[in-house]
Design a protein around this ligand. Structure first.
Ligand code: SF4
Ligand code: SF4
Ligand code: SF4
Length: 251
């Protein structure tokens, strides 16, 4: 008798849903994955919803409203495994920029800024509300990494590896010319590796979209961004907020 497929569902909170969209672009690897997993809820790709027990719940987006806590807890209660995927879910991601601004709402939404659904609190990771078993970082998350993690979960692996070394190591392995040597700047020294350093290879700086390594040297980063990267001091000091606002020392 064929083994029953693992029931998986995707849920979204405060985010652009770009990680879900990224998954719909998987092509053949995703089709192969469907031999082992059965999607039961996936807003960007199907209209069905489920209230049944789930083997793996993938949660995208930040926790920004206390009103979302009950929904997150309900997902946790009926899921064997909860995976936070995409940087919004893992650390608060780009949403957490607002945690450092007082006056963003009117500037962004204009006269609509008082509408009830825009009333939100600090942008926090999903783990601030519920227990998360695994995390897949990135903005958007990396397709190959997603397949690897799902494959490990389907095969019963209890520990999913995340590199704690910086993107610079992967960049050097590719023999990419350093952005600093091209008169540019880059955050690769403190960015968590695992993506394979595609951005410097394409001639653009790493923005640390996977968040920081453990114990990043933020002072050294700001110094090199200013002294070698040519960024004004204030900009150099705050540059890494883009994707790591909740991971910085001033979070
Ligand atoms: S991590 Fe990036 S791509 Fe994914 S939902 Fe958040 S903002 Fe969108
Ligand atoms: S380009 Fe960026 S990631 Fe690559 S070595 Fe230089 S600082 Fe590191
Ligand atoms: S190189 Fe940097 S910005 Fe590009 S995908 Fe990797 S971590 Fe993200």
């Amino acid at each position: 008798m064929p083994k029953p497929r693992v029931k998986v569902a995707w849920f979204d909170f405060a985010c652009c849903e770009g990680c879900q969209i990224e998954m719909t672009n998987f092509g053949e690897p995703f089709v192969q994955l469907l031999q082992h997993v059965e999607p039961v809820e996936f807003r960007e790709a199907m209209s069905e919803k489920t209230t049944e027990r789930i083997n793996v719940a993938f949660v995208e987006g930040s926790f920004t409203r206390e009103a979302d806590r009950a929904r997150l807890e309900e997902i946790r209660t009926r899921s064997d495994i909860v995976v936070a995927y995409g940087q919004c879910a893992v650390s608060g991601g780009i949403n957490a920029l607002k945690n450092h601004m007082d006056d963003y709402s009117e500037a962004v939404y204009g006269k609509d800024c008082k509408r009830p659904h825009l009333d939100s609190q600090k942008a926090l990771p999903v783990s601030a509300a519920i227990k998360v078993d695994y995390e897949i970082p990135g903005c958007p998350m990396d397709k190959a990494e997603f397949i690897r993690v799902v494959s490990q979960l389907v095969h019963g692996t209890t520990r999913v590896y995340q590199p704690s070394y910086p993107v610079c190591m992967e960049c050097k392995r590719r023999e990419t010319v350093c952005r600093y040597d091209d008169g540019d700047h880059c955050l690769g020294q403190v960015a968590r590796a695992g993506c394979g350093a595609p951005c410097p290879a394409d001639g653009i700086p790493c923005e640390a979209c996977r968040g920081f390594v453990d114990n990043p040297n933020e002072a050294a980063l700001a110094k090199v961004l200013h002294e070698r990267g040519g960024l004004p001091k204030k900009w150099a000091d705050t540059k890494s907020r883009m994707f790591a606002a909740n991971q910085r020392g001033d979070a």
